[in-house]
Design a protein around this ligand. Structure first.
Ligand SMILES: Cc1cc2nc3c(=O)[nH]c(=O)nc-3n(C[C@H](O)[C@H](O)[C@H](O)COP(=O)(O)OP(=O)(O)OC[C@H]3O[C@@H](n4cnc5c(N)ncnc54)[C@H](O)[C@@H]3O)c2cc1C
Length: 496
């Protein structure tokens, strides 16, 4: 249908709705009219508080003042995720946003360390060479003004999801987006094309549009309930299907990382905010009951609960056509990957960026839709495989859940990545992979995949030089840490 896109309607006012509205309006300006419809009576999912570093790019494009953003959303800094009990009950490791050592052309740093560990009785690990890890463990943070990338310390944020949506709403409205409160009761389609023409509110108001962004959450009001775009179910790889969230009082000391603590049939998140902790238990209902899951969560809160539990059900997978006719699903309506690596808000961001790249200003056509759908399929699958890795490569033998995920068949692409790393530490990433080599390295090593060999280039240096080189890099990484303010000092300074 070759009609130019003048009016965009965003259905839903959760994180997906307001992020889409803010970014689209900020970038497209007066070239589009944008109206967002949301229903306070329905409300939002109310979770989604940990992010990954690309959010800083989004904040830059939106022109956010970082201090104001941190104050208004009660945000804290996130340098890493600490995985506890994932490989074995009692063990732990960090997946940081940093990278170990320094990069060398053609050969990763960890090959040098692997050689030293194998042949020279070196005992340090990749994390001893990672500024993010060292700072996270000391609870320290400052924004590094780095000339040398070796001292880069990538970070993201934890924030209060409802405050974040409000913050985005302010930006969207300042950029010219309008908001209509009301519950959508009906949807009209063009009888010839099946394109959505308008949505009708309970109070009788009709809202017309050329392009609809479906941010209505798990229900997928337009993309699924009206257009039946279909869903690829991935629960055979990621069987957790429920979550319970409860806020609790904050810790005395604000940690600059998320904690992910594996339990009998799932895992618990702990997200430190300025005013409270976000907690939740993601679990598989085939292995434990809701009562047991709630009991486990309450027993592991560490601080007093300050709200009622929020029970959420989901099915892991993705909407088969994320763009169908003149509807684009963004946020929970586009699919769901559990929040183990905090990727959902990023997927909202990248969906809107993709739409901006492919924006059909002079009409929707099949090649644009096909390209959008192919890119989003690949992105979802790549993240899915990284999440499966955490479950699959475990050595826990204390519950059926962990034995079953260890023994399941995993996607070929993931099998291949694990096999290459196991042979001699080779890391490969594909076009546009969100998680790059340092992420795969940390999670594979953390989960116990040990390379049997190392790259021959690591042999090209004498034993003495190799040990000297490792010592020097350790020192370069460790020296700045004690001079950094604590995370709480940083927040105090920003928040006044
Ligand atoms: C347990 C859990 C933990 C999570 N943790 C993280 C995390 O740490 N990091 C992360 O990045 N992501 C996380 N997520 C994902 C994150 O919560 C979502 O991606 C994000 O909140 C976006 O949700 P949404 O806006 O798509 O849906 P919702 O928040 O459900 O919003 C849906 C909107 O649609 C509106 N709506 C629905 N039907 C109608 C109607 N008929 N008429 C009018 N309006 C309607 C609602 O009023 C609401 O405004 C988590 C998700 C879950 C389930």
């Amino acid at each position: 249908m070759n009609e130019s896109i003048k009016k965009v309607v965003v259905v839903g006012g959760g994180t997906a709705g307001w992020l889409s509205a803010a970014l689209l309006k900020k970038v497209m300006g007066q070239s589009i009219e944008l109206e967002l419809v949301e229903s306070e009576a329905i409300g939002t999912v109310g979770v989604g508080e940990a992010t990954i570093p690309p959010i800083r790019m989004l904040n830059n494009v939106l022109g956010l003042n970082e201090a104001e953003f941190i104050r208004e959303t009660k945000a804290t800094i996130k340098l890493a995720i600490k995985f506890e009990n994932w490989r074995v009950n009692g063990g732990g490791y960090l997946h940081t946003f940093g990278s170990p050592g320094r990069s060398y052309a053609f050969c990763h740093f960890h090959h040098f360390l692997n050689r030293a560990r194998k042949e020279l009785a070196e005992t340090s690990t990749i994390w001893d060479y990672d500024l993010n890890y060292l700072s996270a463990m000391e609870g320290r943070f400052a924004k590094m003004d780095v000339k040398d990338p070796i001292l880069d310390m990538p970070f993201a944020y934890h924030f209060d999801a409802s405050l974040y949506a409000k913050f985005l709403r302010k930006i969207a409205e300042q950029s010219g987006a309008t908001r209509t409160e009301g519950m959508i009761a009906d949807v009209t389609q063009d009888p010839m094309t099946g394109f959505i023409k308008s949505v009708h509110l309970k109070d009788g108001k009709e809202i017309k549009g050329d392009l609809f962004i479906d941010c209505s959450g798990f229900r997928g009001l337009l993309i699924q309930q009206k257009l039946g775009a279909g869903y690829d179910d991935w629960s055979h790889w990621l069987p957790c299907d429920r979550a319970i969230a409860i806020p609790s009082n904050r810790f005395e000391k604000t940690l600059p990382y998320t904690r992910s603590i594996a339990h009998k049939a799932g895992w618990q998140w702990r997200i430190p905010l300025q005013h409270r902790n976000g907690n939740g238990h993601v679990y598989c209902s085939n292995y434990i009951s809701d009562d047991e899951a709630l009991h486990t969560l309450k027993n592991n809160l560490e601080t007093e609960a300050v709200g009622e539990p929020n029970f959420i059900r989901f099915k892991t997978g993705r909407r088969r056509k994320q763009w169908h006719k003149n509807v684009i699903a963004v946020g929970l309506s586009s699919g769901f990957l559990e929040p183990l690596e905090s990727t959902s808000i990023h997927l909202i961001q990248s969906a809107v960026v993709r739409l901006l790249h492919l924006f059909p200003h002079d009409g929707i056509n099949e090649s644009i839709v096909a390209e959008y759908n192919a890119q989003s399929k690949l992105e979802f699958e790549q993240i899915r495989d990284f999440i499966i890795l955490h479950y699959h490569v475990n050595e826990r033998d204390d519950s059926q859940f962990w034995r079953d995920v260890r023994n399941m068949e995993v996607p070929e692409r993931l099998k291949h990545k694990i096999a290459l790393f196991r042979q001699n530490g080779r890391l490969i990433n594909e076009h546009n992979d969100l998680f790059l080599d340092a992420s795969w390295l940390q999670v594979m090593q953390g989960q116990g995949v040990t390379p049997e060999d190392y790259h021959p280039m690591a042999k090209g240096v004498s034993e003495q030089n190799l040990l000297e080189m490792l010592k020097t890099i350790r020192k370069i990484k460790q020296d700045p840490v004690s001079k950094l303010p604590t995370h709480d000092e940083f927040l105090e300074k920003v928040c006044g």
